[in-house]
Write a new protein. Structure first.
Length: 94
């Protein structure tokens, strides 16, 4: 059984992927909290332009997601799929 994914007219990215990317962007805003994009980029050791792109809804690279998971002690299931707790068990928020 194959799954058909409808593509949007404005992009080659499937609509499902766009929806997931948008949700990841929302969750990144939650993680950023009250920090400025500049401060969060410094905290993560990532160029501020990358942070801005991802917060604005561009698809994040896998390496970025893994880096966030490690640095912020975030549950990647929550970050990517919205499932489970925000932070990994036995880990406190910074």
């Amino acid at each position: 059984m194959s799954i058909r994914v409808k593509k949007t007219r404005t992009s080659r990215i499937p609509a499902v992927t766009k929806a997931i990317t948008k949700q990841i962007g929302r969750r990144l805003w939650i993680l950023k909290g009250k920090r400025s994009g500049n401060q969060w980029a410094k905290d993560l050791g990532i160029p501020q332009q990358n942070i801005s792109r991802y917060l604005d809804g561009s698809p994040p690279h896998v390496n970025f997601l893994v880096h966030i998971g490690r640095r912020e002690k975030v549950n990647l299931n929550w970050l990517i799929l919205g499932e489970g707790q925000v932070f990994r068990e036995n880990q406190a928020q910074k």
